[in-house]
Design a protein around this ligand. Structure first.
Ligand SMILES: Cc1cc2nc3c(=O)[nH]c(=O)nc-3n(C[C@H](O)[C@H](O)[C@H](O)COP(=O)(O)OP(=O)(O)OC[C@H]3O[C@@H](n4cnc5c(N)ncnc54)[C@H](O)[C@@H]3O)c2cc1C
Length: 589
């Protein structure tokens, strides 16, 4: 059941597992761990229960969710690589977490991404081949809203039809789709068609797959949580923020971190509950390291400078952050209709919303893009900088090029006139590393968020190559009677120096932070390969924080997939800690 506040029923219950955060990671855990009805689970979520809100469910309203009541409303520190600009850093604040406010692209990551996790963690279980059963557990390929023939848009053999998260290819075709396909055929060497970018090799030009079914957004709440709502062994407590994880004693000389402190407001009552088996931290890549540091787990010098007592000196907490870099490059086009019309014309968008409300059809049910390309840069780009390719390998792209039927920029508002085509270029295998650190010891203060976007010359060079590729794609004959001219600052950026200035002045985040509590051997890792926090007992981190490198795909898919395996790891160890505590004469509760 869902509880809006910590009722006596919750406070007097005995939970085996307490999960913190109901996003991609936490929802998978809540579902899988309650499959066995003898395991009692409490899921604590800071945001509210309004996960069926129209603004969340309607894909076409997705961009209205940042800076809404469903967003934590974070801002980064000044980003050196962005000319010291600070940018908005949205994170979901509702059941479903960031899956409820994201842009719904579904990608799994690549063979090389997962094999690199296996390498770095020292556990072959994280390799692509070993992860295939978990990859298949997640997605459920559904028929697109318009019921069109999807032959040639994805490879059915690579998808499940009884996974948990409903996905689909785009449910409305746009005029530009045929041009995009033609351009890929006209330039097959640079933009080869890839039938399914979720095969493990993303490279090439593809139709998108999105977490949308019947025109409605699928979130971790409408999928994993919804399946488990009626289980009597799952309690979900919303509007409640975990402030600290604390030890209940020691196991084998390390703190046994099974006590969770939480409150509903900064000055509200502070409650404590103890998990009999484990605490699972799934608060996402910004807040999981934040909660660990508030609990005394992190770099000793950093946390003690805020007067927090160090429980575990774990320097890798917060320091290994990675994110993808976003840039919208727009062309004015010769068209009677683009999705710009939907964004400018309130009557049209109200009409479309009405159509959508009936059966999910129409423009509101569309994902943000119907087609995109995942591409690698020429090795000479890295050689000229005396650098190595930061991507995981040849199945991973260096950058992504998203085709949008409208003006798309996080920096410049939609112009009053003109219709647009935008190729959004994203650096998806960056080399920069940023960090999350404490701003204060108050759990209700946001941490300092520094994704270090474009923090290295290599990442700028990848973005430069991406823009050149976007221009090459736009020069294909397929667009010749459509594209009028490049628009805005983009049009004036020609030389490499001008491109760099344009990039630094306009780039932003793709909202894909990971790596802030990474798996890894030695002091590079904060987590063991089984996602237990090093130097502790009773505590794991299971969310996007755990990836040692950012996957070269959008990050909800990899996080769902990671959590599916993590659930197996937790299940396999259930009862073992209890037995070891019991053996020492401990009491289960
Ligand atoms: C605007 C935006 C667009 C995106 N677009 C895409 C996309 O198109 N495709 C894609 O694959 N990915 C996308 N992502 C990224 C994707 O959504 C995330 O990678 C994924 O949701 C990460 O899952 P998680 O479990 O790590 O964290 P989250 O999903 O963020 O979940 C963390 C949860 O923990 C809760 N929480 C935090 N602190 C506390 C606390 N102290 N106490 C209790 N609860 C707490 C939060 O409220 C939240 O519900 C996007 C993200 C954003 C924000």
């Amino acid at each position: 059941a869902i509880f809006e506040s910590p009722t006596p029923e919750i406070l007097n219950s005995k939970y085996d597992i307490i999960i913190i955060g109901a996003g991609a990671g936490g929802a998978v855990m809540a579902n899988r761990l309650t499959e066995d009805n003898s395991t009692k689970v409490l899921l604590i979520e800071a945001g509210g229960s309004d996960f069926m809100n129209t603004n969340i469910l309607a894909p076409g309203l997705a961009t209205s969710l940042s800076r809404s009541k469903f967003d934590w409303n974070f801002t980064t520190t000044p980003q050196v690589g962005l000319n010291n600009r600070s940018v908005q850093y949205p994170r979901g604040f509702v059941l479903g977490g960031s899956t409820a406010i994201n842009l719904m692209i579904y990608s799994r990551g690549t063979i090389d991404d997962f094999n690199r996790v296996a390498n770095v963690s020292g556990d072959e279980g994280w390799s692509w081949n070993e992860m295939l059963p978990f990859i298949f557990k997640v997605d459920n390929m559904t028929t697109p809203t318009d019921g069109h023939n999807t032959t040639g848009q994805f490879n059915p053999a690579l998808h499940n039809t009884d996974g948990v998260v409903d996905i689909s290819v785009p449910g409305v075709s746009l005029d530009i789709d045929a041009r995009g396909l033609n351009a890929s055929q006209e330039l097959p060497d640079e933009f080869p068609f890839n039938l399914d970018y979720n095969s493990g090799n993303t490279t090439g030009f593809s139709w998108t797959q999105a977490t949308i079914h019947d025109g409605r957004r699928t979130t971790s709440a409408t999928s994993y949580l919804a399946e488990a709502f009626n289980r009597t062994n799952l309690d979900i407590l919303v509007n409640t923020r975990v402030t600290k994880i604390a030890p209940v004693g020691e196991v084998n000389g390390v703190p046994d971190l099974r006590s969770v402190q939480f409150a509903q407001s900064a000055n509200g009552t502070l409650y404590t509950l103890e998990a009999a088996e484990e605490v699972i931290l799934s608060a996402g890549a910004v807040q999981s390291p934040h909660i660990l540091m508030l609990s005394g787990i992190g770099n000793k010098d950093h946390i003690s400078s805020f007067g927090i007592k160090t429980l575990v000196d774990l320097p890798a907490v917060g320091t290994n952050m990675q994110d993808h870099v976003f840039l919208g490059n727009s062309w004015l086009v010769n068209s009677n209709f683009t999705l710009d019309d939907l964004h400018r014309n309130a009557t049209l968008s109200a009409e479309q919303l009405q159509i959508w409300e009936v059966n999910g059809t129409g423009l509101i049910g569309l994902p943000p893009t119907n087609q995109f390309a995942w591409l690698r840069v020429d090795p000479s780009v890295f050689q000229s900088l005396n650098a190595t390719d930061p991507s995981a390998g040849t199945t991973s792209a260096n950058f992504e090029m998203i085709i949008s039927d409208n003006f798309a920029s996080k920096r410049v508002a939609l112009p009053a006139e003109g219709r647009f085509l935008t190729f959004v270029t994203n650096v998806v295998s960056p080399s920069s590393r940023g960090n999350i650190s404490l701003a204060s010891a108050n759990p209700f203060d946001a941490p300092l968020i520094n994704p270090n976007l474009l923090g290295t010359d290599v990442d700028v060079a990848i973005m430069r190559s991406a823009i050149k590729a976007a221009r090459a794609f736009a020069a294909a004959p397929a667009w010749s009677d459509y594209i009028i001219s490049e628009f805005g600052a983009f049009a004036n950026a020609t030389t490499d120096e001008e491109l760099d200035a344009y990039i630094r002045d306009n780039a932003d985040t793709v909202d894909h932070p990971v790596g802030t509590v990474p798996m890894g051997k030695g002091c590079e890792g904060a987590l063991n390969a089984d996602l237990t926090v090093k130097g502790t007992a009773g505590l794991r981190v299971i969310d996007a924080s755990a990836f040692p490198f950012v996957p070269s795909g959008h990050t909800q898919g990899p996080t769902y997939i990671l959590a599916e395996r993590a659930a197996e790891l937790v299940k396999a160890s259930l009862g073992q800690q209890e037995r070891s505590r019991h053996h020492r004469g401990g009491n289960k509760y």
